[in-house]
Design a binder for this molecule. Structure first.
Ligand SMILES: Nc1ncnc2c1ncn2[C@@H]1O[C@H](COP(=O)(O)OP(=O)(O)OP(=O)(O)O)[C@@H](O)[C@H]1O
Ligand SMILES: [Mg+2]
Length: 319
């Protein structure tokens, strides 16, 4: 049984389907990258798992199984219990900012005391340990700092400390380093990977940076206009991307060694723009696809399973 199995998830906003029949699984302890250009539905997928969708969003179908249990059927109190304890979410700094009027220590203690009966003193001590765990220097002193005393990178470390405080099995990291400079970005990703191993947690890493994917993920799911178009292990994906969209992302410069930091084309360099999943009849990528044929515009292609646990939603590349 997968730790998280999203199965045929469809989520709509008024007049617009943002996520359509999305399926993917995250196995215990692994890093799965969810990749795709702006607006393709990555965050809506993440918020669906957390059950934190905006009020105007409707889940039209599908299941979200966490350790076999359907989160879409869980009650609000059950979800409050799961959030932060079993599944945590970190977002782009400063989108999820810390409370400016409370000290770091107070905010970490709040998270701990929400899920565990710990004395103030015990929670504070745990806070110091957590700051140390996320590699904040002088944690004894930093614990009394306020968010404005810290740099963006340090604030993101505090957010990570709060996210892992109760030892979640799954950490959803939605563009966790987008707002940070390149050096800080690498340090934060290294930290996340270290925590993944130390705390035996899985990471769902949402990013549009293929360099980040090549370096930090075990597997990749590529989204396009609300749908998953390709799934693969990292090495096979970078060695041979199959979906025309994936190929476009990687351009001609395919560097097979996934250990090397990969300099990818920006996603936006593919000509054309993303259509809406709502007004699609055929494959959502067909209008931009160099190998589309008439059939591609009549029905959306299903995700076709391939050997080695790959899948691709394009019959044109599966001979
Ligand atoms: N609150 C909302 N109301 C209406 N539409 C929304 C809302 N939130 C998201 N959407 C729409 O849902 C679609 C998917 O958005 P989502 O935020 O998941 O994209 P994303 O892949 O996370 O993009 P980015 O890389 O920019 O973060 C978009 O078309 C977006 O406009
Ligand atoms: Mg997003």
């Amino acid at each position: 049984m997968s730790l998280l199995a999203v199965d045929q998830l469809t989520v709509a906003f008024p007049g617009h389907v943002a996520v359509r029949e999305v399926s993917f699984a995250v196995e215990a302890g692994e890093t799965l990258a969810l990749v795709g250009e702006s607006g393709c539905g990555k965050s809506v997928t993440a918020f669906s798992v957390m059950r934190l969708l905006p009020p105007n969003a409707r889940v039209l179908g599908g299941r979200i199984l966490f350790e076999g249990r359907d989160l879409l059927a869980a009650s609000p109190p059950e979800m409050r219990e799961l959030r932060g304890k079993q599944i945590s979410l970190i977002q782009q700094e400063p989108v999820t900012s810390l409370n400016p009027v409370l000290s770091i220590g107070t905010q970490i203690a709040e998270v701990i005391r929400r899920h565990e009966s710990a004395s103030r003193r015990a929670a504070r001590n745990r806070g110091v340990e957590l700051l140390d765990l996320v590699r904040i220097p002088e944690p004894q002193r930093r614990i009394d700092d306020y968010p404005h005393n810290l740099s963006g990178g340090m604030r993101q470390r505090v957010m990570i400390a709060m996210a892992v405080a109760c030892g979640p099995k799954l950490l959803i990291a939605d563009e966790p380093t987008t707002a940070l400079d390149v050096t800080t970005q690498a340090q934060v990703l290294d930290l996340l990977d270290d925590l993944r191993r130390k705390l035996a947690m899985a990471v769902l890493l949402i990013t549009h940076d293929l360099g980040v994917v090549a370096q930090w993920a075990d597997r990749i799911s590529v989204m396009y206009a609300g749908r998953i178009v390709e799934q693969a292990g990292i090495k096979p994906f970078f060695a041979q991307p199959m979906h025309p969209y994936s190929r476009g992302l990687l351009g001609a410069r395919v560097d097979v060694d996934a250990d090397e930091h990969y300099t990818a084309n920006r996603l936006s360099e593919i000509p054309g723009s993303v259509g809406s999943a709502a007004d699609e009849r055929g494959c959502p990528f067909a209008p931009r696809c160099p190998i589309a044929i008439a059939d591609c515009r009549t029905a959306p292609p299903p995700l076709l399973p391939l050997p080695a646990e790959r899948a691709v939603a394009c019959p044109r590349v599966v001979a």
